[in-house]
Design a binder for this molecule. Structure first.
Ligand code: ADP
Ligand code: MG
Length: 262
């Protein structure tokens, strides 16, 4: 975001951040699966360096929205811009655009037959064209960052769920993305393992990483989120400052949802 001075002759800064400078800008996004319209005109943006948390009932379209943002799903209509580039343009270089976005799933999605180190290196070498020694150095830095130095030779099955998810985060970070998408990263974890994963995400946020996080962790949303978005049945019903939305939801359906999860 550019900071404008309000000197003579300057236009005052707009009330809302400049969308052309957004990390992610979603405009009138619709997604159908067959005849089922699961995203019904989604409009929102994520400013650079901010954390947007997305909540809402199961089936409301949260995962589909995230998957559209990195083109794991093809939007039916509407536009998505990543750092000002339209990724929904048919001529867009999808692989190059996707490389700017790290994604972490509920189910970790590590390669089970590869060691932790190999999990962190393979895409670096194959997609980024890094040498093995370069990839290993970056992998070690990111393993250290998620508190898992020393686990290089372990296989995923020998790690706890929380450790596996931190490996998945380190793997995404090793691609050096400009932003990270998280789809319920702690939902599959035993309660005592959730905190370590949230801490890694908090650290990332405080380093200025742009993040979009689908989560049911309202404490995280309140503490770390710059904005909270409530989705219901394919639309954004409500969005705003997390503390305000959680304390004083404006919509009946938001109140109903929060009464079940808080
Ligand atoms: P959420 O993440 O909020 O639980 P989803 O985005 O997973 O919601 O799903 C939204 C709706 O889209 C659901 O009705 C789901 O059944 C449907 N859906 C999701 N993925 C597919 C798919 N690949 N094919 C058909 N329907 C899908
Ligand atoms: Mg989902």
């Amino acid at each position: 975001m550019t900071i404008q001075s309000n000197g003579p002759g300057n236009v005052p800064a707009p009330a809302f951040s400049d969308r052309s400078a957004a990390a992610i800008d979603v405009q009138q996004l619709h997604k159908y699966f067959g005849k089922n319209e699961v995203l019904k005109g989604i409009d929102f943006h994520v400013p650079v360096g901010e954390v947007v948390c997305v909540i809402g009932p199961s089936g409301s379209g949260k995962s589909t929205l995230l998957r559209c943002v990195n083109l794991l799903e093809t939007p039916t209509s509407g536009k998505i811009f990543v750092e000002g580039d339209e990724i929904t343009d048919p001529d867009a270089d999808v692989d190059a655009l996707r490389a700017r976005i790290g994604m972490v799933f509920q189910s970790f999605n590590l390669f089970p037959h590869m060691t932790v180190l190999k999990n962190l290196c393979i895409a670096q070498q194959r997609v980024k064209g890094r040498s093995k020694s370069e990839a290993v150095a970056i992998a070690r830095t990111n393993l250290d960052k998620v508190g898992l130095s020393g686990k290089e030779s372990a296989y995923p099955a020998h790690l706890s769920g929380g450790q596996q998810q931190r490996v998945a985060i380190a793997r995404a970070l090793s691609m050096e993305p400009d932003m990270m998408l998280f789809d319920e990263p702690t939902s599959a974890l035993d309660p005592e393992l959730v905190g370590d994963v949230l801490q890694v995400m908090k650290d990332l946020a405080s380093e200025g990483m742009t993040m979009m996080v689908v989560t049911h962790e309202m404490g995280f949303a309140r503490e770390v989120g710059d904005k909270l978005v409530f989705m219901d049945d394919g639309v954004i019903l409500e969005e705003g400052d997390p503390t305000e939305v959680l304390a004083d939801p404006q919509h009946e359906r938001t109140r109903g949802f929060l009464s079940k999860v808080l």
